[in-house]
Design a protein around this ligand. Sequence first.
Ligand code: GSH
Length: 218
Amino acid sequence: MEQSLELVSFKTCPFVQRSVITLAYKDIPFKVTYIDLANPPDWFSAISPLGKVPVLKVGNETLFESAVINEYIDDISGGQLQSETPLEKAKDRAWIEVASSMLGNDYYLKVAIDKAAYEQHRDALALQFHRLEAHLGEGPWFNGSEFSLVDTAFAPLFTHQNIANARYSVIDPTTMPKVVDWSERLLSLPCVQESTVTEFGSVYLSDLEEYGSYGLQA
Ligand SMILES: N[C@@H](CCC(=O)N[C@@H](CS)C(=O)NCC(=O)O)C(=O)O
């Protein structure tokens, strides 16, 4: 690797986790710098046009947006995680966008403080999981035999659905067997297991408790 890589991160962010998984899958060394998103340092505001993590510092340059960062990580390490034809590549990008929307609903479900918001995001997420189930093939990965950036983009959703899952998970094993198989396969990968800080579940849960998450009260 010619340039040193530094990932600007937040401990419970699933979008950061996507990049950690991709870097770990590719066995690429990188440094992690955590920031407090509630009180971001000035240097962060200067390098993150949207004020969001992840940001990847590449030498003196910076990249932002997890999907873009992951394509870059794959490009500098010999490819392999992106489909070959323009059409398949475009479809991968579209499904990564679906994963982002699902991560949004997972988050809004968790931070809902009343029944109406909780049910709205729970139902929206469940509908998205049913659509995903209908789209999935025989596996083992999203694109069949080839592990791809779509897998690294969805894996954090399964980590996050696992937190206090009786309260927040909308994955129904009876009607979503392919989703369950795929999620178990992703969650068993070392690059996914090691992609969160050890205290991830407890940090996230205590934040949600403090926030007054409806899901923890219902
Ligand atoms: N589309 C972005 C989403 C990143 C994102 O939403 N990150 C959250 C933390 S998980 C963030 O930085 N939020 C701060 C803010 O919106 O002010 C990506 O894929 O990188």
